[in-house]
Design a binder for this molecule. Sequence first.
Ligand code: UDP
Length: 409
Amino acid sequence: MLKVPTPVAQSLAPYEGLLDDSLLEELESLGSSLKGARVAHINATATGGGVAEILNSILPLYRGLGVDASWLVLQGEDGFFDVTKRLHNSLQGATGGISANDWEIHAEWNRRNASLITSEYDVIIVHDPQPAALREFARRAASKWVWRCHIDTSEPDEDAWRVLSGLIYEFDAAVFSLPDFVGPRMEHLPISIIPPAIDPFIAKNKPMSKDDAMAVVARFGLDPDRPFISQVSRFDPWKDPLGVIDCFKILKKDHLDLQLAMLGNFADDDPEGQVMYERVLEAAGGVLDLHIITDLTDLVGPFQAQSKVILQKSLREGFGLTATEALWKGTPVVAGNVGGLRLQVSNDIGGFLVDSVEECAEKVDYLLNHEEERVALGASGRERVRTQFLLPRLLRDELKLLNSLVNSE
Ligand code: UDP
């Protein structure tokens, strides 16, 4: 178990004027009833993917309100992360299953990590299935245990869910992003539905002039004088990068000058990334004006801001911070009609939801041909993000849950 260096406390002052005073006041009040509470978030990677993104930004706000929050990251070898990625895939509905031996590897790494938890906490929040067995081996490390699911478990492989729900059974609460994701054998647990959120003040989400943003885009090989669309995602089959390429090929027939930027990164806990990356390179071979750009973090912002449309053509999606980030910049999103993307995009707000490659191409084509609607959808999406998907709302929901757990006795 690695402890991510304790972040510097941050106040909510930058949100004054951006969000309702009542929300900020509620946070101060929740914070005061949780002052000094020891809370640990535990996940599987400090870099790459949405969970790391959120924890990086929310921990300083916890501390700003006086909560003694820390962040621990599981350690494991390739064999463990191979199992946990297959487990992630099974929980999102892939076939293939998790064998008894796989679960033993999962348990063994959870046991080893559990022995490295040296402090005691009021609450431990375990993110996703990778650390889900920690409670079995470190029960006394916390008074209360919360399981926080970030993935789309609307149609899980039944066996994988059965074993996982057994691990969660004795937890004190569980959190999902959507009601659809709550599976069987959770009925006895207090369940909170809490969608994720973004930090509008980090580098990738800060406003940048069009000229500066276009200079970045040009630096990575795109022609700044021609329109472009982008998808920003880990190289992961659930993000359907091959569908994005097929969609672009259809669009190219009528939009000769259109360019596609596929921005992708790799997460430490995702061994599938490299394999998928190679498949994407192969599929992209010979496709004109298709740019594959890896490992940008802050610089995804200029692409999200200046794309005509952002694609998030996921086949399953827990939430999809990439859609939130794009909408926050006023760029409409054409998104797979799945999971958390449905919370963000709804055909008259933010963009369009699509069920196929053809429909995806049709909606992007529509937006490219209807500038006023394109701009209006982006603007409505930004307003929805402001009211629903910025960090203070997420922090409020989490603190409410913590308050009910810590101050319940
Ligand atoms: N991201 C990035 N560079 C990339 C691709 C993704 O910085 O090349 C970031 C993206 O901006 C977002 C996060 O990784 O903040 C992905 O979160 P999301 O919830 O969309 O997906 P996840 O990877 O957690 O499934």
